[in-house]
Ligand binder design. Structure first.
Ligand code: ZN
Length: 173
């Protein structure tokens, strides 16, 4: 297993549309293992393949407190959505930024598991938020896209400033 580099906003690679996974093979299992390691290390509750610069329709998630409920969702499709909820979201590709986003409260998702078997996932609450957030990544969309252009520009500036300040520490590591 290996920790992969997480691509950060406003890197244009985050705008790439992911292609469906067609080969459920050893390479896919390796990618899934690496994505879990990267997500738990960050730490985060979800990671889309797009964020590690692999443009395939694959998500890993674990929204449990104990970090013992890993989920792999491949080629997901939302087939129904109900209600709405507002949750303060963050993103490993937009570090240190949090903002309220409105999404469906309950969703039903058809997807594949890591063996290529078809699965149906019913999700609500935080899991529903997380799946919708990660699925956005697969279409090149980020949670900051839901903000006003002015707010998004502020986010861009704040991140640029954070990076400048982080450089000496990173160079010494
Ligand atoms: Zn994200």
């Amino acid at each position: 297993m290996a920790i992969r580099e997480i691509v950060e906003f406003p890197d244009p690679r985050l705008r790439t549309k992911a292609q469906p996974v067609v080969a459920f093979d050893a390479e896919l299992r390796q990618l899934v293992a690496d994505m879990f390691e990267t997500m738990y290390d960050a730490p985060g509750i979800g990671l889309a393949a797009t964020q590690v610069d692999v443009h395939r329709q694959l998500l890993v998630l674990d929204v449990s407190e104990e970090k013992n409920a890993p989920m792999v969702i491949i080629n997901p499709r939302i087939v129904s959505r109900e209600g709405s909820q507002v949750y303060q979201e963050g993103c490993l590709s937009v570090p240190g930024i949090f903002a309220d986003v409105e999404r469906a409260d309950r969703i039903r998702v058809e997807a594949h598991d890591v063996d290529g078997k078809e699965v149906v996932i019913e999700a609500d609450g935080l899991l529903a938020v997380c799946i919708q957030h990660e699925m956005d990544h697969l279409t090149g969309k980020l949670f900051v896209d839901y903000l006003s252009p002015l707010k998004r520009e502020l986010v861009r500036k704040k991140l640029a400033k954070q990076r400048r300040h982080a450089e000496p520490a990173a160079a010494g590591a």
